[in-house]
Design a protein around this ligand. Structure first.
Ligand code: HEC
Length: 153
C-alpha cells in the first residue's frame, strides 16, 4: 500500500511529507483499534463471565413479551436514541453503539450477558446503566427479548 502511494520518482520533499502523513494515519488507526475493543469480546469481567453467561431469561419470548420490550426500547429505555429504529445504531463521535443486527454478535452473547450490560452499562463506553435506573429488571428481560428480534436483519 505504502509502495503504491510513495512513488520513487517523486521529489524528496514530497516523499517526506507523504511518508510522515502515512505514518500519522497508520498510528491513528492503531490507536483506534486499541480503544475500540472488538465487538465480539465479552463486556462482562472475566472472573464472573461463566456464571453470568449461564443466567437464563426467566421470560420466554412470547409475542406479549416482545411487544413489551419494543415499548421499552422506543420509550423509557431511550435505547432508540443511540441504537436507532432499525438497531444498527446512530453514528456518534467516539465509541459507536452496538449494531444489534450483527448476526455473529447475537449468536455469541447470552441473555445473561446482555442483562449484565443493562445493569452495569458497558464501562468506558457511552452505554449507560438502564436496569435499576430507568427500567425494572422485568422490563430489562423484555427489552432483551425485543433486541433478539434484530438478529440478522
Ligand atoms: C446514550 C447511548 C445509549 C443508550 C441510551 C443505550 N445504549 Fe446500548 N450501547 C451504547 C453503546 C455506545 C454501546 C457499545 C458498548 C460497547 O461496545 O461495549 C452499547 C451497547 C449495547 C449492547 C451490547 C452489549 C454487549 O455485550 O455487547 C446492548 C445489548 C445494548 N447496548 C442494549 C441497549 C438497550 C436495550 C438500551 C435501552 C434500554 C440501550 N442499549 C441504551 C449506547 C447506548
Amino acid at each position: 500500500m505504502i509502495f503504491l502511494v510513495v512513488n520513487f520518482s517523486m521529489p524528496k520533499m514530497t516523499k517526506f511529507i507523504l511518508g510522515t502523513f502515512i505514518v500519522f494515519v497508520a498510528s491513528g488507526w492503531q490507536n483506534a483499534f486499541a480503544i475500540h475493543v472488538s465487538i465480539y469480546e465479552p463486556r462482562v469481567p472475566k472472573e464472573i463471565l461463566e456464571e453470568v453467561q449461564e443466567i437464563e431469561n426467566p421470560y420466554p419470548a412470547t409475542e406479549e413479551q416482545i411487544e413489551a420490550g419494543r415499548k421499552i426500547y422506543f420509550g423509557k429505555g431511550l435505547c432508540v436514541t443511540c441504537h436507532s429504529k432499525d438497531g444498527r445504531g446512530v453514528i456518534v463521535p467516539g465509541h459507536s453503539p452496538r449494531n444489534l443486527t450483527d448476526a455473529k454478535w447475537q449468536e455469541i452473547r447470552t441473555d445473561g450477558e446482555l442483562m449484565w450490560v443493562l445493569r452495569n452499562g458497558s464501562p468506558g463506553t457511552g452505554m449507560p446503566v438502564r436496569v435499576g435506573k430507568v427500567i425494572t429488571e422485568k422490563e430489562g428481560w423484555s427489552v432483551i427479548n425485543f433486541v433478539r428480534t434484530f438478529a440478522g436483519k
